[in-house]
Design a binder for this molecule. Sequence first.
Ligand code: BGC
Length: 348
Amino acid sequence: MQRISKKTFGKLEDGTEVTEFTLRNAKGMTVRAIDYGGILTAVETPDRTGMAANITLHRDSLDDYLKGHPYFGCIVGRFANRIAGGKFSLDGKEYALATNDGPNHLHGGKRGFDKHVWKAEAAEKADSASITFRRVSPDGEEGYPGNLTVTVVYSLTDDNELRMDYTAETDKPTVLNLTNHAYWNLAGAGNGDVLGHELMIQADRYLPVDETLIPLGEPKLVADTPMDFNQPTKIGARIAQVEGGYDHCYVLTREKPEGLGLCARVVEPKSGRTMEIHTTQPAVQFYSGNFLHGSVSGGGVDYKKHFGFCLETQHYPDSPNKPDYPTTVLRPGQVYRHTTVHRFGVIE
Ligand code: BGC
């Protein structure tokens, strides 16, 4: 079988060509991604009757992506989530970042990793296919110190796993928090809201936030609150009790501190599609698509409130300003490594 193909997706204003890569596996799964932002344009999986659908929110053309979208499927960097006031200090030096979310810095700033063309290369193995994205983020980009060399590999295996492996190195001390920002709707992108999806998040604690979504400090127990997803629960079951909807960082309860650990499981009862996430990261941001309001479309459908959800595996928001949180500092000579695996399936 042919596992890899590629085609021109479009051209940027300066003439740079953007390529879309397609990965296929032996089980009928397809993943597509472009070298602009490493954006996942499609994840097609069969439902319980064998009918495939694209289950990640997407736009239909490069021009649409360039017009704007709330981080659909892209690589987020240098720092996923928020840094309070766009400021932090490291080794006694103050750094000022772009503020692009009210008073705060969000998802890498005005032109984050999602808005750059990456060097991309596809490769095939006996039981998988992958795309390797590479980019050097120059010293000072969006205010961050150090030349940062980043590699992100998306692999599709014959076990229906979409695996993302991140590595990075720097030549000056810096901070780093990489993730992928895919929005999921296991019933198919555009096929209604996700409130009926049953979600399990393996987390006993979460980070309460202020009105600008900056964590207040210590993680709090989810027990006896609408934040508790330890038992599979419909996303919509208690969402009305959470002001603004879910947009919170969950601290994962890990059996072992190292290696891949279970993060979340999602079941969409009508289609039967399931997704299980394993990660090496300490936390996951669960975002219930609260700010989607019909102004961005894909496949001819306007994505309305709660039409997709994100489970962004990452370090805690605002870590650079919170010495008690697990560190997000990367120093010369160290290698940043992070792996997240999405396993897709169906229930009867
Ligand atoms: C954030 C949301 C934000 C969304 C799109 C999520 O990671 O937590 O607050 O609206 O990204 O930018």
